[in-house]
Design a protein. Structure first.
Lengths: 619, 315
């Protein structure tokens, strides 16, 4: 389902860091970490003299470096650093601020938008970034389906995009669109990209450095290993303080934490979050700061509403009892969300309510007192009785076909939280008389797209503009036929929800739009298709002896990795003692090598002695 | 081994009337050989140690429902706080759900032992059948079977097991199957070699001349002779099967709702206890796996040494 991971709203729960198999070598990795990982660091030291380098440990690999194809959180974060967007979000409170466009206005009929493009932004090959580049980017996405893979949803409603002058961009819409100041589309240089043939196959990872105009320039990339960026000294907002930025891929979070402890990386990304045990142990460490920020993700239990395509064909094999809203609500009423926050997340999360996390206070919705499906196992049992799912002699609830209910719950084998919550669900629903089968898979995409699940663990990161996460539950997002892949998250198609969705998209007044968005969430809450259990915090950690200061977003209690913008890495200030880290890591390398040699020699000696001892016994 | 045999092929048929019945004779002979076996086994101190350790583990596993109860893996009624270090109340501390790790360790031994035994039995059964038939029938059948065996032999066992466990649904049966199906080739090779050796003996030819069919030769003459080998092989494979089960569970391919030692290690790793130094979560399951595997290996070696005179000296 990686196609769903639009513009950085990476569905982190489905992130494909499934190469966990190799984690069997975890112990070896820990041992070898110093030896295997250190050389690139020392190489930096060599090439740039006093260059400062910020190394970030990430648990995700790059899907594509092409802005037209990339959907994972890491790739889109890199694009935010290397390309400009028309608008950006303020680091303090997420409000829209100028990006490549300095100002913008809509015509009275709300259908024509005019953007003024800044004249002080240059591509890294020296050419001026103009409105022509922006127009070419949008036109390409409108005409070439291959270019619409990642961000096509933004231009679906565009009629015409033109650039009357190098500093003016005009977009003509078919219908009013509220997301016009939140177009999360990287603008690419026309003079480079028009030479590319098939955009659906071009991954932008051959010619380095990659031409861009963001605060950093992409200089090197090795699949499943690292992405290297260099500061853009001419960046119009000011040059970044660090000279180099490296995203290094760690398959195993424990290895990343060990690397942070040793100073080999400066930062461990909180996606996936550090576990409570890791966070607690790092908190006591000198020179390490743990940033525990309210996340931008929700963590939900999705129920299969009966998968179907736009042409009306039903497919998949969701349990028919889940088509009854009372059953869905009863299931959620038997889920103790407080216990999940306290026990599984150990306080590093906020109890779930509406669809959009409380961090986006403007759109945050909480169910009213009478509407709330609070934890109430007795009430849940009553509701199930009313719905006609009564218990049989063995205490099991039976479906309409006379067989005991048993739901398959799709869970991500890569996410420990899924498994942990699954254990609780098994016991809570077991008390109701419903058994579950926990299907923990590395790749949940196939059964998911085929509708072959009853319930599933689901999670999305939410952008400051909620349009995208709302759009994935509309009928329009359903796949065209059962064979196609739609943008839909969970095959939800609800008329009332769709009406509200259309209303919010056409509403330019932010206050009124927020009201409609809340109504949509209320509707979603009642239907019981998306039951939000918690909003997990982003728990990340960095070395204060390498990074003196770094911007969180929002500035009060915000996250650092995976921001809506380039603020964290652009603003990070190297600490004075930063260079000593290189020294310590090379000391670590030396120690590692010496230890390795000692072990090998020891083994050799032992072997020789053994051979001699048994020499006369051997044939 | 030829347990319910009704005739004694070695006994002279004519004098059966005044001598003890053939059944009694066979029983007496078996008792004598068992005593002899035990006497020789006792001489192997390591084997005795392995046996004692095994008895202990089996007792612990069998009595687990009485000592710790099946509620030990309940997360909603977990008695402690998450990741408590060892204390008087929780001798081995608690896991990330606040469950008692000692209890989980005891409960997990059931799954680890069960899977180890079943997988080893399956593996040895497949290996013995293929080995005996290939050694007996020879010709194209043997060629085909041995090429298949070779193919499985060169396949990296773990990779194949991972593929099988991924493709099939997650359950204990799958794990047993995945391990059993991937570890049989060595047994097949050994058994075939022994079968060939046995079948070249003159008495097999005599049995054939007297009208003994394929089944008779294989089950009455070959099987009893390869049985010691199979027995020793089983004990040795159990330990590798237990290790394989732990590996698969550690890699997250086991049934996540079942508590096993490998699963505990996997849980510990996912909870981040490696980097946070919560040793009480990691060490006990690891030690458990190591000790049981060692115990089975020691027993297997001792049995092998007793049954195979050529190994002779116990080193």
């Amino acid at each position: 389902m990686s196609t769903h991971d639009q513009h950085g709203s990476g569905r982190t729960a489905r992130r494909p860091w499934r190469a966990r198999l190799l984690a069997a070598a975890g112990a070896c990795a820990l041992l070898l970490a110093s030896g295997a990982v250190a050389p690139p660091v020392s190489a930096d030291e060599g090439e740039g003299g006093g260059d400062s380098t910020l190394t970030v440990a990430v648990a995700q690999s790059v899907d594509s470096l092409s802005p037209f194809l990339a959907v994972r959180l890491l790739s889109t974060s890199i694009h935010k650093l290397t390309y400009e967007y028309l608008t950006n979000y303020d680091a303090k409170d997420n409000h829209v601020i100028p990006g490549l466009a300095t100002e913008w206005k809509a015509s009275p009929d709300k259908l024509t938008w005019t953007y003024k493009i800044r004249s002080d932004s240059k591509w890294s090959d020296g050419q001026q970034a103009t409105a022509e580049d922006a127009a070419w980017t949008f036109n390409k996405m409108m005409t070439d389906p291959g270019a619409a893979t990642a961000n096509g949803s933004f231009v679906g409603n565009f009629e015409k995009v033109t650039a009357p002058s190098p500093t003016e961009l005009v977009i003509r819409l078919k219908k009013p669109q509220a997301t016009m100041t939140a177009l999360d589309v990287p603008i690419v240089p026309k003079h480079v990209w028009e030479k590319v043939g098939d955009l659906s196959k071009f991954n932008n990872d051959k010619d380095f450095p990659v031409v861009g105009n963001g605060p950093f320039v992409l200089t090197d990339y090795k699949p499943d290993s690292y992405v290297r960026l260099k500061a853009n000294k001419d960046f119009w907002r000011g040059a970044p303080k660090f000279d180099n930025l490296i995203f290094r891929y760690y398959k195993d979070q424990d290895a990343a934490v060990a690397a942070l402890r040793k100073g080999e990386v400066s930062f461990v990304a909180g996606s996936p979050s550090l576990t409570p045990a890791q966070a607690d142990s790092l908190k006591g460490e000198e020179n390490i700061r743990v940033n525990d920020a309210p996340g931008r993700r929700f963590y939900a239990l999705a129920t299969n509403p009966g998968a179907r395509a736009k042409d009306g064909t039903k497919f998949g094999d969701g349990d028919p009892s889940l088509l009854d809203q009372r059953v869905r609500n009863a299931l959620f009423m038997a889920v103790d969300r407080k216990a999940i926050v306290d026990r599984v997340f150990q306080g590093h999360a906020v109890e779930g309510a509406g669809y959009i996390p409380p961090r986006f206070s403007q759109y945050f919705y909480e169910p009213a007192a009478g509407q709330e499906l609070a934890y109430d196992p007795a009430g849940a049992a009553k509701l199930l009785d009313e719905a006609g799912y009564r218990t049989n002699g063995d205490g099991k609830r039976v479906g309409k076909d006379g067989k005991p209910l048993n739901y398959r719950v799709l869970c991500h084998a890569t996410d420990p939280n899924d498994k942990a919550v699954g254990k609780y669900l098994q016991e809570w629903w077991g008390d109701l008389g419903i058994s579950i089968t926990l299907d923990c898979l590395d790749n949940v995409t196939d059964p998911w797209l085929a509708g072959k699940y009853d319930l599933a663990f689901d999670g999305w990161s939410v952008n400051p503009d909620p349009d995208f996460v709302l759009s994935i539950h509309t009928c329009a997002a359903l796949p065209a036929t059962p064979k196609d892949t739609g943008a839909t998250d969970n095959f939800i198609c609800d008329k009332k929800y769709d009406e509200l969705y259309a209303r919010q998209l056409g509403e330019y007044d932010t206050g009124k739009r927020a009201d409609v968005v809340k109504q949509m969430q209320s509707r979603l809450y009642d239907t019981g298709y998306m039951n939000v259990m918690a909003y997990p915090n982003a728990v990340e950690a960095y070395r204060t002896d390498q990074i003196e200061s770094i911007t969180t977003m929002p500035s009060a209690a915000g996250n650092i990795y995976g921001q809506d913008g380039y603020w964290s890495w652009w603003s990070a200030v190297p600490a004075d003692s930063g260079d000593s880290s290189g020294g310590s890591s090379s000391t670590g390398t030396v120690i590692g090598i010496v230890a390795g040699v000692v072990v090998l020699v020891g083994l050799g000696v032992l072997f020789a002695v053994r051979r001699r001892a048994t020499a006369d016994e051997r044939e | 081994m030829t347990a319910e045999t009704t005739e004694n092929p070695a006994g002279p048929p004519g004098k059966a009337a005044d001598a003890p019945s053939p059944r009694a004779l066979a029983r007496r002979r078996r008792r004598a050989s068992a005593a002899r076996f035990w006497k020789e086994y006792r001489a192997h101190r390591a084997g005795l140690f392995g046996l004692a350790a095994l008895t202990l583990f089996v007792l612990v596993a069998l009595t687990a429902p009485l000592t710790v109860g099946s509620d030990v893996d309940s997360v909603t009624d977990a008695p402690g706080q998450p990741l408590e270090s060892p204390s008087g109340r929780f001798p081995l501390g608690t896991d990330q759900f606040g469950r008692d790790l000692l209890g989980l360790l005891v409960w997990g031994s059931r799954v680890s032992l069960l899977v180890g035994l079943l997988a080893a039995a399956l593996s040895v059964a497949i290996g013995a059948v293929i080995g005996i038939t290939a050694g007996h029938f020879r010709g194209w059948y043997a060629t085909v079977m041995m090429r298949i065996t070779d193919w499985f032999l060169v396949m990296p066992t773990l990779v194949l097991a991972i593929v099988l466990a991924t493709v099939m649904s997650r359950s204990l049966g799958t794990i047993v199957l995945a391990i059993g199906v991937t570890t049989w080739p060595t047994t097949a090779r050994l058994v075939r070699a022994q079968t060939l050796a046995v079948e070249s003996r003159p008495y097999i030819e005599r049995a054939r001349a007297l009208g003994g069919g394929h089944w008779h030769v294989m089950s009455r003459h070959v099987l009893p002779n390869v049985m010691p080998l199979v027995l020793a092989q089983t004990t040795l494979i159990i330990s590798s099967a237990i290790l394989a089960e732990a590996t698969l569970a550690f890699l997250g391919l086991g049934d996540p709702t079942v508590v096993s030692w490998g699963g505990l290690l996997q849980d510990a790793r996912e909870a981040g206890s490696v980097s946070s130094g919560d040793w009480w979560y990691l060490v006990p399951p690891g030690v458990g796996i190591a000790v049981v595997a060692l115990a089975f290996t020691l027993c297997g070696r001792a049995v092998e040494a007793v049954l195979n005179p050529r190994l002779g000296v116990s080193r």
